[in-house]
Write a protein that binds this ligand. Structure first.
Ligand SMILES: Nc1ncnc2c1ncn2[C@@H]1O[C@H](COP(=O)(O)OP(=O)(O)OP(=O)(O)O)[C@@H](O)[C@H]1O
Length: 370
């Protein structure tokens, strides 16, 4: 199968009809070639203590993100994408309800380096909204409904940059202008409920970039928006990223969005990385059966309808994190499962080629057969 054909990406161009295309341009090739790592994560593990026992949500996750680069995190629900990022930002419950181990070094613009794992909350409060920012799916849950958007943006500028009220208000208006909100001075006096969903997400983005973070984490930021607004928000994030050269981690279920925005992709399953590669490489030569299944699951507008083929779905469900099967956790759902081999031990994450990691003992045979 030519995997690159199956991703319908809606690229909305001014004056042109929306079309389903796979847009896999090497967007930041120049940036990534020259850039240093902004975030280096090594052996990250996150476990929750629950009434039903320990839930090991993230297991031995290692990755890095370079300046100006977008790393997309994909995988079915419960694969550990959000917990990986919440753990990095110290937004998981405190010990003993949640334990985090490993290391994560973040480089800030002022040359400082922060270790994010095991760092006191007092320091993490400086990091969040300073060197690293996050935007979530539903801005209404992140914005405070009883304060104007101006007050909320200004608070961040005062805390992190020590600005006085007047300077913070001017900068807040500039930021709203930068994220495409017209009449920014008036909008500063609005409460969140007075803005549309798209505008609220723009306000969240303005707050997130206010202190020029070196890393922005976007956790499904367009899922709650309609498609034209989604396209505008993606475009805005790309524009801001090329202006500020921040590194970005983008969490999504939408492979069309990944094709549009990512430089590299990390596929997670049951808390582990199962594949990691450059975006073009991942879509054209996915090596893990799970990545292949995810890409195959994307509805194909033309061929599914014309050939009346049923939509493909990966059989079965993500395993209960408290009761993983032995060996490869994807084994029970995998069409290539080989007893005695796939269930013997958790496969290593190995280099299929430079920059392309895969966690499957059978990938060379599967690729040869395909
Ligand atoms: N506070 C918590 N206490 C216990 N378990 C949790 C907690 N937060 C997350 N988990 C568990 O951690 C696992 C990973 O969750 P996570 O939210 O990272 O998944 P995800 O890949 O982001 O899924 P989705 O795409 O649905 O957001 C899940 O099994 C989830 O139930």
């Amino acid at each position: 199968m030519n995997y690159s054909e199956v991703i319908p990406v809606r690229r909305v161009q001014a004056g042109a009809e929306a079309e389903n295309v796979l847009d896999l341009r090497p967007r930041h090739a120049q940036a990534t070639a020259e850039a240093e790592n902004i975030l280096d994560v090594r052996d990250l593990n996150v476990a929750f203590r629950t009434a039903a026992g320990t839930v090991q949500a993230v297991r031995d996750v290692s990755f890095s993100v370079r300046r100006g680069e977008t790393l997309a995190l994909v995988g079915e629900t419960s694969s550990g994408k959000s917990v990986t990022c919440l753990g990095l930002l110290g937004l998981t419950p405190p010990a003993p309800y949640c334990t985090i181990s490993g290391s994560a070094r973040l480089g800030a613009r002022d040359g400082k380096t922060y270790e994010l794992v095991g760092t006191p909350e007092r320091v993490m409060r400086q990091v969040r909204g300073g060197a690293a920012s996050v935007i979530f799916q539903e801005p209404m849950t992140s914005l405070n409904p009883v304060h104007t958007v101006g007050a909320q943006i200004c608070e961040s500028l005062r805390i992190h940059l020590g600005m006085n009220t007047r300077a913070a208000t001017d900068r807040a208006a500039e930021l709203l202008n930068q994220v495409g909100i017209s009449d920014p001075k008036r909008r500063l006096t609005n409460y969140p409920h007075e803005l549309s969903g798209g505008m609220r997400q723009r306000v969240m983005i303005a707050m997130a970039i206010a202190c020029e973070p070196s890393l922005l984490i976007a956790d499904e930021p367009t899922t709650a928006l309609d498609v034209t607004i989604q396209a505008q928000i993606l475009e805005l994030l790309q524009k801001l990223q090329s202006q500020t050269r921040m590194a970005m981690i983008y969490i999504t279920h939408n492979l069309g969005t990944v094709a549009e925005i990512a430089d590299r992709v990390m596929v997670m399953y049951a808390g582990r990385i199962v594949e990691q590669a450059d975006v073009v490489e991942l879509f054209t030569q996915p090596r893990h059966p799970y990545s292949r299944g995810l890409i195959h699951s994307v509805p194909r507008l033309h061929s599914n309808r014309a050939r009346k083929t049923p939509l493909f779905a990966i059989p079965g469900n993500v395993p209960d994190p408290a009761a993983h099967p032995p060996g490869c956790t994807f084994g029970p759902r995998c069409g290539h499962f080989e007893p005695g081999r796939c269930d013997a031990a958790v496969p290593d994450l190995e280099n299929a080629k430079p920059g392309h990691l895969v966690r499957c003992v059978r990938w060379p045979e599967i690729e040869g057969a395909a």
